[in-house]
Design a protein around this ligand. Structure first.
Ligand SMILES: Cc1cc2nc3c(=O)[nH]c(=O)nc-3n(C[C@H](O)[C@H](O)[C@H](O)COP(=O)(O)OP(=O)(O)OC[C@H]3O[C@@H](n4cnc5c(N)ncnc54)[C@H](O)[C@@H]3O)c2cc1C
Length: 349
């Protein structure tokens, strides 16, 4: 443990916002951050950067933060890597948090490695869980030959080697301990309406040389697919057989008022668009009802859907791994089962 490691340091969550609208992911990370901070007995803080964004602090307190570190500066109006990195690193050096968590979004994936690199502190990307625990350093033996126990470190848990193992990664010596977490993985707390906290205002400390890029225009492509917000998802895999057959899944989803998702194989085969991909390298979902059609249930797929409240799986192979996580399983051909389901739903079950 180096003396830089601040045992009383806060747990920080990067409060990503765009155009004054808070993203969903900081609320999710504050849910997990609350658990970590309570376990460590320290404060949970959100780091809010932007221009004229102070009004977002109340939403962060409601989502679980005790403190909001605010860097409000016209230079932080739109996300620019160099400026955000400098402002974030300056705040870390002033406040010495022990943990900093970012959403694994486009912004988080740009900012977090840049911050970690400047602070020389390491970063674990795409964690699926975070816990506090002890870790034994076998390379540092004490007089009796036992490894040195480092107490209360951040256990950064994520799939590794193509999802075949779950790795626990620790950074016991060069803090802050930093991780990114994919959207939809952590659970938000129930909002605490009217919750209050402390706002700590920071000077972003930016000069002209910190803004080498001028943002001329932001062009957005809005997605029509909202899997994260869907209460019901009908998902198809390679077993659906064709893009044409995928229409059956759309028909069932429409009848149920749900959305259509797919496995990576379905995306790779061109049956559905990439934005519909569910799993480790796609979206993580947790709907009330997940109907899986012709999906084998590889670990990388399960990582994105196994926390759904109810899972119904349709597969011709009774030994398909998807049945291990399904609450209801139908061994059968989806070309027969899905039309029957559509008929039943349209009739009102
Ligand atoms: C690093 C990495 C990341 C990955 N990320 C993801 C990810 O994010 N999401 C993801 O999904 N995958 C991901 N994968 C791929 C994953 O390992 C699997 O290859 C993929 O999920 C398989 O998709 P599938 O189940 O649709 O296809 P298959 O494994 O080919 O399964 C098709 C299933 O359909 C069934 N079937 C066939 N015909 C019918 C029928 N008529 N009726 C009913 N059932 C039928 C078969 O029995 C079979 O179980 C990743 C892999 C790696 C290495």
């Amino acid at each position: 443990m180096t003396e830089n490691n601040n045992r009383n340091g806060e747990v920080w969550v990067f409060a990503e916002q765009e155009e004054g609208v808070l993203a969903d992911v900081p609320r999710e990370l504050l849910g997990k951050g609350r658990e970590l901070a309570d376990r460590l007995g320290v404060k949970l803080a959100a780091v809010l950067m932007g221009d004229g964004v102070e009004s977002l602090a109340s939403g962060l307190f409601e989502a679980g933060a005790d403190v909001v570190h605010l860097a409000d500066d016209p230079a932080l109006k739109t996300f620019r890597g160099v400026a955000y990195r400098k402002a974030f690193v300056k705040m870390v050096r002033e406040c010495r948090p022990q943990i900093a968590i970012f959403g694994a979004t486009h912004m988080g994936r740009d900012l977090a490695p840049a911050v970690a690199s400047e602070l020389r502190c390491g970063l674990t990307a795409d964690c699926t869980d975070l816990q506090i625990g002890d870790w034994t350093d076998q390379k540092r033996k004490d007089a009796s030959g036992n490894g040195t126990v480092v107490k209360d470190v951040l256990l950064q848990i994520r799939p590794a080697f193509g999802g075949n193992i779950i790795a626990t990664i620790v950074n016991p010596y060069n803090w802050p301990q930093m991780a990114t977490v994919r959207e939809g993985v952590m659970k938000k707390l129930d909002p605490r309406p009217g919750a209050k906290g402390e706002i700590v205002r920071h000077d972003a400390g930016l000069g002209g040389e910190d803004l080498p890029v001028e943002v001329v225009e932001i062009v957005r492509r809005h997605s029509s697919v909202n899997l994260k917000g869907a209460r019901i998802i009908v998902a198809g895999g390679a077993g659906v057989g064709s893009q044409e057959n995928f229409k059956l899944l759309h028909e069932l989803a429409d009848a149920l008022g749900g959305a259509v998702g797919g496995s990576r194989a379905a995306v790779d085969l061109g049956y559905c668009e990439h934005e519909r991909q569910i799993g480790q390298t796609g979206v993580t979902v947790r709907p009330a009802l997940f109907i899986s059609c012709g999906i084998s249930g590889a670990v990388q797929h399960l990582a994105g859907m196994q926390d759904s409240a109810k899972i119904v799986a349709i597969n011709t192979d009774r030994d398909a791994p998807i049945f291990k996580v399904a609450h209801y399983g139908i061994v059968g051909d989806l070309n027969i089962v899905v039309p029957k389901l559509i008929k039943a739903v349209k009739k009102g079950w």
